[in-house]
Design a protein around this ligand. Structure first.
Ligand code: ASP
Length: 325
């Protein structure tokens, strides 16, 4: 029996148009969901698709207003007994943040797949049709449930928590860290690496549409405390450091941040390194800092915002959420 899938469209290059098969410039978020479903109609996909346009934007403009609309549309779709799964089309630039935010706040009982494309729809080698057909394959699979939000790009399935965009060009632009991909997919075949991992199929955290301000502070050779202060707003409730190496920082910066922490601002040490695993170190207890573990700074920011919105503020509770998967 064909799966019934709801497609929530937000824009991005997957819905982009260049006006040329070989040009570099293009506009993301040009094709509407109805036209898109007509386009994929010819692929012979064995699923019944219904679409809803949530936005049609470049994902550089993604943020709380569209996240709210997307979240409530997704909850409504998943609550419908006739809906077997949801696909979100999204720009690739901030796809990892949206996927992770939904992963933290959406129940894992039905498949939810986020998909994008690196090339606009009229470009030679458009990867959007392939990625979309793969997303349909994954979202139609009952075994996709219990894995949280999944991301399908370049014939691979990634867990939302692990996935990150690592290249600005080419169809093979995403990688999973610390787990690589959790499955391999083509429109005709799907192989999972291991069993579903979500024990609790309910939402991990409650949704709040007013995410608190959290700053990401990028560190570099020669950084001084004034540089850090300039990157932190007055109302900031949390700071994620994109630290050097394993979330490291110069001693004056450490002292400044420990003082911020003493005044109630949560401080998370992440790394600016590409694959930066940041473990707790002896000083973290004294400073009250949290280690981001495998989350990159932009995803550490999402998790910290969700935790703070859920009134989870104790460093040990925050650390547990960063440790978990
Ligand atoms: N700038 C585009 C976006 O994120 C890039 C893409 O989708 O590949 O919307």
């Amino acid at each position: 029996m064909s799966a019934h899938l709801t497609v929530l469209a937000t824009g991005g290059t997957i819905a982009g148009i260049a006006g040329s098969a070989i040009g570099h410039e293009y506009n993301a978020g040009e094709i509407g969901i109805d036209a898109y479903l007509e386009k994929v109609g010819g692929l012979g996909l064995s699923a019944v698709l219904s679409g809803k346009q949530i936005a049609n934007i470049d994902s550089a403009d993604m943020g709380p207003p569209v996240w709210n609309a997307l979240y409530f549309a997704m909850r409504a779709a998943l609550a419908d007994e006739a809906c077997d799964g949801v696909i979100v089309t999204h720009g690739t630039d901030t796809l990892e943040e949206t996927a992770f935010l939904l992963d933290l706040t959406i129940p894992a009982r039905k498949p939810v797949v986020v998909v994008g494309a690196m090339r606009p729809a009229d470009a030679v080698g458009y990867d959007g049709l392939r990625n979309f057909a793969n997303a349909v394959r994954v979202a139609s699979d009952g075994d996709a449930a219990g894995r949280g939000v999944l991301v399908v790009m370049g014939d691979r399935v990634f867990a939302a928590r692990d996935v990150r965009k690592v290249r600005t060009r080419g169809a093979d632009a995403f990688r999973g860290f610390p787990r690589g991909s959790v499955g391999l997919v083509t429109p005709a075949a799907l192989d999972w690496f291991g069993a579903p991992w979500r024990r609790d199929l309910g939402a991990m955290f409650e949704w709040h549409d007013d995410l608190p301000p959290v700053a990401v502070v990028y560190l570099y050779a020669g950084v001084v405390v004034d540089d850090v202060v300039r990157q932190i707003g007055e109302d900031t409730q949390g700071v994620v450091i994109a630290g050097v190496g394993e979330g490291n920082m110069p001693e004056p910066v450490r002292r400044y941040l420990a003082d911020l922490k003493a005044h109630g601002v949560v401080v998370v040490r992440a790394s600016r390194a590409d694959e930066g695993l940041v473990d707790r170190e002896a000083d973290d207890d004294a400073n009250g800092f949290v280690a981001a573990r495998a989350l990159n700074p932009q995803k550490a920011r999402i998790l910290l915002q969700v935790l703070l919105a859920n009134a989870i503020r104790a460093p040990e509770d925050i650390q547990r959420a960063f440790d978990g998967r």
